[in-house]
Unconditional design. Sequence first.
Length: 141
Amino acid sequence: MGYRRLKAWGVSGHELPYGTYIYDSCRGQDPLYRLGMLFHFESKNIGKKLDRIKRFSRMNDRVSQHDMDFDWADESIHTSYGTKWLGKVLEARNEEATTDRLFEIKRECERLVERTVRTATAEEIEEIKQIATHIIAKAGG
């Protein structure tokens, strides 16, 4: 959906950044944290989607509001899957899938991502800013 919206705003596929930092962040890590990335990113973004739904409503952008609502539901489902499958992995390791343990896994995933993001060079950061500015301009922002 997001891709279709970007295309409708005139953004072509070759203009989109395809970052790998999520994968880079968990490369070589315990599979628990590799799976934990799904739980971490999906649960992290749920609240942002609700705010965006409200913003699109105020802008009378019903298509984006609908897409964001769908995305919110999708992330809710993925968070549920992450919780379920992390619980199964922990169970197989004779650990309890307590709320504290799940948040410990999320915190470690966040730490891994932060570590990877800190490796970005000034040139990479500038390139990302330029890409974002270009896409926002095409979208009419």
